[in-house]
Design a protein around this ligand. Structure first.
Ligand SMILES: [Zn+2]
Length: 438
């Protein structure tokens, strides 16, 4: 049983307005009218009857089918109100161009800060913020030569890294990052968890003292328990995971008590649960509808991630508007299957693998049903013992008959997108087979 979340009255007004404008006037949603059961049904029921918007749909209808006719795209671009923004292409998704509305994005971000006490205190909109991510995700990029401080300092932001492949960082570059944290003294450090974890492994091994920001926010990737452990060895700052996407803005923010709260002023979220045998009613796919972005209408956009709903829909922080999520479960493209074909989310795998001691990094590739290849990076000398422990963990999840191969590497490479995949199948899966459509 899951308690029903609470939504403010304007949430339903916005849901209705976006629904009607989209189905009545936008080309991308014209064919969805056939699914609408009509206004004798509740707005939640009408949403639930619609398909999901995919990146393929966005490409097919971009830009005119997603922008109201009274908005002049060329004029908006000329005035600087909007621009085109491409998301980094990765093996799991098509490269997609979106309409970027900076004003709306900033407002969505500010609203998300209210969902965490530390962000409320430290993030003023004027604060110094250091960003540590792959240059493929955002910020200045230069693999050939290192960029000086002033080339990476943009308004109130400092981009600590300019490399597209962080697996090749030099010690000089990592020393520079640690020095610059001390010089710039960011109030907030926004980081891609795998990238920050890499810097933290180095800082811990070298016994380096690192400047402590008021808040660390993790974005772009699923944060592994390994990442948390490595980051906490170096930073005592509070850590909050921020969840969103280029298409949808800020959707969930982790509060100071550790649960995720929906950014209800800026988006609607619809959950589609997994079938009982694949994870059950509390774990589901998230479809996001954006509010109040006059330039871009995202209706039930499939963000590609699963989340676990909090059963009681209550949090000790006292916030109660919108969905309360107890944990992010990882991307659909990072699921694997047991020997019996049951779905394993990345979080489930990660919780188990992270029990291994002194593990720097891992990636699990499932090449075929029942066949698993685990890549590990570890400074441990007793690799035979580590392999035995890892095999036991995987057989515990996937089945005693699982065929497990373990390979040790010096470092792991990120995907083409610049993000690290902790797990994936090397064969195609269809999400629809695992969802419980009622
Ligand atoms: Zn909370």
């Amino acid at each position: 049983m899951i308690n029903v979340p609470k939504f403010p009255p304007e949430y339903y007004d916005k849901s209705r307005q976006i629904f009607e404008t989209s189905l009545k006037t936008l080309g991308a949603y014209r064919s969805w009218r056939a699914f609408d059961p009509g206004d004798s049904f509740s707005i939640d029921e009408r949403y639930a009857a619609l398909p999901a918007l995919t990146k393929i749909d966005i490409r097919q209808h971009f830009p005119g089918g997603l922008v109201p006719a009274d908005k002049d795209i060329e004029a908006g671009i000329a005035s600087g109100e909007i621009s085109y923004a491409s998301t980094s292409g990765s093996s799991d998704a098509f490269r997609v161009t979106n309409i970027w509305n900076q004003k709306w994005w900033d407002a969505s971000e500010r609203a998300s800060w209210k969902l965490n006490a530390h962000a409320t205190k430290f993030a003023t909109g004027e604060h110094h913020e250091a960003i540590l991510v792959s240059a493929l995700n955002t910020g200045p990029s230069s693999d050939a030569e290192d960029l000086p401080f002033e080339k990476r300092r943009l308004s109130r932001f400092l981009y600590l890294n300019e490399k597209t492949d962080v697996s090749r960082w030099t010690t000089a570059l990592m020393n520079r990052m640690i020095d610059e944290l001390d010089i710039f003294k960011p109030v907030v450090l926004e980081a891609n968890p795998s990238v920050l974890a890499k810097l933290c492994r180095y800082a811990a091994a070298q016994n380096k003292k690192v400047f402590q920001p008021g808040l660390i926010t993790l974005t772009y990737e699923f944060p592994s328990q390994l990442h948390y452990r490595q980051i906490k060895r170096v930073f005592s700052s509070p850590i909050a995971s921020s969840y969103g996407s280029t298409e949808t803005g800020y959707v969930f923010m982790q509060c100071e008590a550790g649960k995720f709260h929906q950014n209800t002023n800026f988006c609607r979220v619809d959950f589609q649960p997994l079938k009982p045998e694949h994870g059950g009613a509390r774990i589901g796919r998230m479809l996001v509808t954006t509010f109040d972005n006059p330039w871009y209408y995202m209706l039930r956009f499939d963000v590609g991630d699963f989340a676990e709903l909090d059963a009681r829909q209550k949090c000790s922080c006292g916030r109660d508007a919108g969905y309360i999520v107890s944990a992010m479960e990882g991307r659909w493209t990072n699921v694997t299957l047991t020997c019996e074909g049951k779905l394993i989310t990345l979080r489930r795998l990660d919780d188990a693998i992270s029990a291994l001691e002194d593990l720097d990094e891992y990636r699990l590739e499932q090449s075929a049903p029942g066949a698993y290849h685990l890549f590990l990076v570890s400074p441990r000398d007793d690799k035979d013992k580590l392999s035995k422990e890892a095999k036991e963990i995987l057989k515990g999840i996937y089945g005693a008959e699982a065929d497990v191969t373990i390979t040790y590497e010096d470092f792991l490479k990120p995907e083409d997108s610049g993000k690290y995949a902790l797990a994936k199948t090397l064969f195609p899966l269809s999400v629809a087979n695992y969802l419980d459509f009622k």
